[in-house]
Write a protein that binds this ligand. Structure first.
Ligand code: FES
Length: 387
């Protein structure tokens, strides 16, 4: 190939000729010390987004009917000195060994991020049907116990660039935890927004953080909470379900809607949002799906291909493929446990499964990919893990 030097003047040619000497001089003058590789930016990034944090239970507080709040501090002996900052609404994924199984479960951080600056997180955990890890925490975990958690994850948080300042939060049962964190952050001056929480539960006893919310309501006009009881009557609370009129009561000119609760709540709210002509772009969902068909109780073989091995275990129709792998000590990749992050994505080699439609990305559909954390067996199944 011929070099086209047209357009280059004599000065350019001389400058080009000097490049070699200049380069030599720079190399000659530079320090002989090893190249610096630990940059402050990397250090800050790993403090903000650690892959793993070792924590110790410092305190356990009763948090209502069958629920406890666990105050966590860094487990310095295992190497964690500082807990990462988080945004209200984010979760951490706990990894814990229970008998022969290694389990990972996401739990929303239930305090204000200000606590993280004081090196503390709180997780509020409620006993659940079939909840191996939740029930283990309620019954067995004690002060001084240690375990590991991920860095803060998830994008169920208020984002000023995207969200309106008037937030209507709709919570069902233990789906209240992201909103107590947001409310605490408003009280601490970390979040600048107006938060109305429409909080549904079966009975009065099921409301978590009731007294704390009442305290906040008295102290700040920015926090409002309405309690809706579905299975109990009490003149101090709204009976029945969240209605269109109740949502309308708290709507401003611009609003964002945050939803967290069981599947039934999502289904009901979707109908109401359509009636209110609220576009999807203003609605944010977390996922606390209680989608197990409790009427089925069958067991199938689940064969897992991983790392050149083939392992067959039993999987019940009431549990996800991921949950039965964990119970049998198969450490499958996972993070969110609600079909959203894609960490557990695996190939379905054969068999029939029930997976929730919204658990797959568009690009994954029709390619025999599944998210085992949101998939239940309907026959003997063979899957291949990503590694
Ligand atoms: S663990 Fe996140 S999609 Fe399965």
């Amino acid at each position: 190939m011929e070099l086209d030097l047209k357009g280059l003047g004599k000065k350019d040619m001389l400058a080009l000729k000097n490049v070699k000497n200049e380069r030599r001089k720079i190399i000659h003058d530079s320090s002989a010390d090893p190249i610096f590789t630990q940059f402050l930016a990397n250090e800050i990034a790993s403090n903000l987004h650690p892959t793993i944090q070792y924590v110790k239970v410092a305190e356990i507080l009763e948090a209502g009917k069958s629920a406890k709040t666990f105050v966590l501090i860094p487990d310095i002996d295992s190497g964690t000195k500082k807990l990462a900052y988080f945004r209200p609404g984010q979760y951490v994924c706990i990894q814990i060994q229970i008998e022969d199984g290694i389990y990972k479960r996401p739990y929303t951080i239930s305090c204000s991020p200000k606590k993280a600056m004081d090196n503390k997180y709180t997780l509020t955990i409620k006993r659940r049907n079939q909840g191996i890890v939740s029930n283990y925490f309620i019954e067995k975990v004690k002060v001084g116990d240690t375990f590991s958690i991920s860095g803060p994850k998830g994008n169920f948080y208020y984002e000023p660039i995207r969200d309106a300042k008037n937030i209507i939060a709709i919570a069902g049962g233990s789906g209240i935890t992201p909103f107590i964190s947001m409310a605490e952050a408003v009280m601490d001056g970390i979040l600048d927004l107006h938060l109305t929480i429409l909080y549904g539960a079966r009975t009065k006893e099921d409301f978590l953080f009731f007294h704390r919310f009442e305290e906040m309501k008295k102290k700040s006009k920015r926090i409002q909470v309405e309690y809706i009881l579905s299975e109990e009557d009490d003149e101090n609370f709204i009976s029945g379900f969240i209605t269109k009129e109740l949502i309308e009561k708290y709507m401003h000119k611009e609003n964002s809607y945050f939803l967290c609760g069981p599947l039934s709540l999502y289904e009901k709210m979707n109908v109401l949002f359509k009636e209110l002509n609220i576009p999807n772009k203003y609605i944010r969902y977390d996922s606390f799906f209680g989608r197990i068909d409790l009427n089925r109780n069958e067991e199938y073989n689940l064969t897992v291909l991983t790392g050149g091995k083939k392992i067959t275990i039993l999987c019940n129709t009431k549990e996800t493929l991921l949950s039965s792998m964990e119970k049998n000590g198969i450490l499958a990749p996972s993070q969110c446990h609600v079909g959203k992050c894609g960490f557990c994505r695996s190939k379905l080699k054969s068999g029939k499964v029930k997976m929730f439609d919204d658990a797959l990305l568009e690009a994954e559909k029709g390619k025999k990919y599944i998210h085992p954390c949101a998939t239940f067996p309907e026959s003997d199944v063979v899957i291949e893990l990503p590694f």
